[in-house]
Design a protein around this ligand. Structure first.
Ligand code: ADP
Length: 162
C-alpha cells in the first residue's frame, strides 16, 4: 500500500490543485493533503478555513484526507507513513523551486520520493495568488476554483452594506 502526501498552502485551493489531488488519488492507494502554514506569508484564509475548503472540494474522493501541517514536510510524511510527495508542475515557473525542494527533501530523507505530475494545460495558468487578486477586484472566479471556494471568496471580499 503506497500512501502519498500532496502538500501546499492552498490559499485558496484552485482547480489546478484539485486536478493534481484527483490524479494522485488514482495513482496511489491513499493521499493525505497537507495544508502547510508558511511563517513567511500572511495568508488570506486561516489554516482552518483552507482545510474546510479542501474537505468540501475533495469529499467525492474516498481515499483522500485533509489535514493541517506545520514544520518540515519530510517529518510530516514520516509521521503519516507517506513514502511519496506529489507536486504539481506548471510549465517553467515551478521547475526551479520545485526541483530544489525535491532535492533538499531527498537529502533529508532518502526513503521518500518526490513525484511530479504535469499540470493539465487548461489549469497551467492558475495560481492561488492570481485567484486572490481577481477576487479582490470583485471578479468571479467560477471555473478557476471549486464552487464552494468561489462562494467563500465572494464572502471574503463582499463590500459591507452601507
Ligand atoms: P500556489 O503556487 O498556487 O500558491 P501552493 O503553494 O499551494 O500553490 O502549491 C502547492 C502545489 O500545487 C505546488 O506543487 C504547485 O506547483 C502546485 N500547483 C499550484 N497551482 C497549480 C496548477 N494550476 N496546476 C498544477 N499544479 C499546481
Amino acid at each position: 500500500m503506497t500512501k502519498a502526501v500532496c502538500p501546499g498552502s492552498f490559499d485558496p485551493v484552485t482547480m489546478g490543485h484539485l486536478d493534481i489531488i484527483e490524479r494522485a488519488a488514482r495513482t496511489f492507494d491513499e493521499v493525505v493533503v497537507a495544508v502547510m502554514t508558511n511563517p513567511r506569508k500572511a495568508p488570506l484564509f486561516t489554516v482552518e478555513e483552507r482545510v474546510e475548503m479542501l474537505r468540501e472540494a475533495t469529499q467525492h474522493i474516498p481515499n483522500v484526507t485533509v489535514t493541517a501541517a506545520d514544520g518540515l514536510l519530510v517529518d510530516f510524511a514520516r509521521k503519516h507513513g507517506c513514502k511519496v510527495i506529489v507536486k504539481g508542475l506548471r510549465p517553467i515557473q515551478d521547475f526551479e523551486y520545485e526541483w530544489q525542494m525535491g532535492a533538499v527533501n531527498k537529502q533529508l530523507d532518502d526513503e521518500i520520493e518526490t513525484c511530479f505530475l504535469m499540470s493539465r494545460i487548461e489549469y497551467a495558468h492558475l495560481s492561488s495568488s492570481i485567484v486572490r487578486e481577481l477576487a479582490f477586484f470583485g471578479c468571479p472566479t467560477t471555473g478557476m476554483v471549486p464552487p464552494s471556494t468561489a462562494q467563500r471568496l465572494r464572502e471574503k471580499f463582499a463590500k459591507p452594506q452601507a
